[in-house]
Design a binder for this molecule. Structure first.
Ligand code: NDP
Length: 300
């Protein structure tokens, strides 16, 4: 069997097109322009790139965008005061604080200060709880992206055995909640799991969110399974020249694609979905803050 390759880049492009349509409708019918504020503290180069991409894509779909850049030395109180100001700003419907933060700023305090109504990353305990009990609200961006791909490529997920490898608050745990809501039978594996290959071999759906290059082998994959690779790892690529690197996932794509039914590549699979889902969450929060039902194609 040769897997269908799930092209996350082109799916994300289509999703941004749908988001732009929802934004245009919110503006025309309700006078609402969804607004996203991105806060970055310090000068981490990777964070700078992410933040610029987020700000650019926000504007491209017709949303209002604000970007705040604070110095490395910004005291915690200054960051918290900025978030309080954004919580109270009616133009802003989503607040994203780029992690990591410098040492003097406690990320837990920062997250606790973000209004759950504007928590487009779904980091606050209130937002996490809403996902768990199925109330409307933003959903962790990367798992939301994975779910959209699974639903649209695989179809009905009910009754399927999903194995999620990784139990982080960012990816593994919210992914498990979302797949439970789809009526999957969910197993969450982690570093203490016994016989991981055997566990993965039982999966109709594998979501790999580990951060270990090419860890999941082709012969761990059940024939016909859907494989969603969240991992982003840089490894040496001597074939490209001395000191060069390339990006790979947590799954041995070259081997797994000959066994799986569907598979996401890295790069070009889950990665492009994450920012698109951040924009989707901003439409969701802008709708809910204004007493409107969020668009059903942007929520689980
Ligand atoms: P974390 O480091 O927070 O979590 C990794 C998880 O993998 C932990 O639960 C850990 O288990 C588990 N794990 C580690 N080693 C093993 C092993 N040998 N066998 C089984 N499980 C293991 O990572 P994240 O969830 O934040 O990210 C995971 C990957 O996804 C990374 O490569 C990251 O870069 C990528 N990522 C990609 C995104 C995207 O947009 N595509 C977004 C977010 C992340 P334990 O809990 O027992 O320690």
């Amino acid at each position: 069997m040769t897997a269908q390759i799930i092209d996350g880049k082109s799916y994300a492009e289509g999703l941004r097109g749908r988001i732009a349509g929802h934004v245009a409708r919110l503006k025309a019918e309700h006078g609402i322009t969804p607004g996203l504020a991105v806060v970055i503290v310090g000068h981490d180069p990777a964070s700078q790139i992410y933040v610029s991409n987020k700000a650019r894509q926000t504007v491209e779909v017709g949303m209002y965008s604000e970007k705040y850049e604070l110095p490395d030395t910004a005291p915690e109180a200054e960051v918290l005061a900025l978030i309080e100001k954004l919580n109270a700003d009616p133009k802003i419907h989503g607040i994203l604080v780029q992690l990591p933060l410098p040492r003097q700023v406690d990320p837990n305090k920062v997250i606790a200060t973000i209004s759950p109504d504007k928590d487009v990353d779904c980091f606050t305990p209130a937002s996490v709880g809403k996902v768990q009990i199925g109330l409307p609200g933003p959903v962790a961006c990367t798992p939301l992206g994975c779910l959209m791909l699974l639903r649209d490529f695989v179809g009905d997920l009910a009754g399927k055995h999903a194995v999620i490898v990784g139990r982080s608050n960012l990816v593994g745990k919210p992914m498990a909640q979302l797949l439970l809501r789809e009526n999957c039978t969910v197993t969450v594996a982690h570093s203490r799991t016994v016989d991981l290959p055997g566990v993965v071999r039982g999966a109709d759906i594998v979501v790999a969110a580990v951060g270990r290059p090419l860890m999941i082998k082709g012969d761990w994959i059940k024939p016909g399974a859907a494989v969603i690779d969240v991992g982003i790892n840089r490894i040496a690529a001597p074939e490209k020249g001395e000191g060069k690197t390339r990006t790979v996932g947590d799954v041995d794509f070259a081997a797994a694609k000959d066994v799986a039914g569907w598979i996401t590549p890295v790069p070009g699979g889950v990665g492009p979905m994450t920012i698109a889902c951040l924009l989707a969450n901003t439409v969701t929060t802008a709708s809910l803050i204004n007493g409107l039902a969020p668009p059903s194609d942007l929520t689980p």
